[in-house]
Design a binder for this molecule. Structure first.
Ligand code: GAR
Length: 200
């Protein structure tokens, strides 16, 4: 069985989308563990609701990024997942994690990378009057939001659209695209030389 580890920091709606896709056999695999760096993340409740194995590794309890990452690697090695999905995991990973799970970590980011790496993407799109916005799923490397792009989903920004409205529409794209890409990993059908591009 294809084992997935999902790392979260907050709401966990993308986690929920992955869980549901596993349950509905859209993903031929299962979520083996959910790890949160934030003890208050609502995503932990979602993991509990689905009786999933979860672990809180509170980053505030570690002195350095590397110390936190070592604890993360230990937990991940115990699960030994085929794929690690960063689904709203708001931490930059050091080579401690990247090297331990080379080409096995993917991230979903709410922008059309390479545009707007980092935080506050929806606001930047509105402030700059962009006509397009979207989401990117990419491999994770040492560069923030800089790994090889696997898939992107794009939408047109509506006139006078608020940040809240945009965020909601981005989320609905994420909930379609992320399970779709994870399912391709589970089937072994990801071709990294062929970016999947969709317009919603
Ligand atoms: C998602 O929009 C995801 O793209 C973003 O956080 C949100 C998490 O939502 N990730 C990042 O900004 C990472 N740089 P969720 O907790 O409801 O899945």
């Amino acid at each position: 069985m294809f084992k997935i580890a999902v790392l979260i920091s907050g709401n966990g709606s993308n986690l929920e989308a992955i869980i549901n896709a596993c349950k509905n056999n859209i993903i031929n695999g299962s979520v083996d563990i959910v790890i949160s760096n934030n003890p208050d993340a609502y995503g932990i409740q979602r993991a509990k609701n689905h009786s999933l194995n979860y672990k809180i590794i509170d980053n505030k309890k570690f002195e350095t990024r590397e110390d936190f990452d070592r604890a993360l690697v230990e937990e991940l090695k115990y699960s030994n997942p085929d794929l690690i999905v960063l689904a709203g995991f708001m931490r930059i990973l050091t080579p401690v994690v990247i090297e331990a799970f080379k080409n096995k970590i993917i991230n979903i980011h709410p922008s059309l990378l390479p545009k707007y790496p980092g935080l506050d993407t929806h606001n930047s799109v509105i402030k700059n009057g962009d006509l397009k916005h979207g989401v990117t799923i990419h491999f994770v490397n040492e560069v923030l939001d800089g790994g090889q792009i696997i898939a992107q989903g794009e939408l047109s920004v509506n006139p006078n659209e608020t940040e809240k409205q945009l965020k909601r529409r981005i989320h609905s794209i994420e909930h379609i695209l992320l399970p779709k890409i994870v399912s391709k990993f589970a089937d072994g059908s990801i071709d990294v030389n062929n970016i999947i591009y969709e317009v919603f």
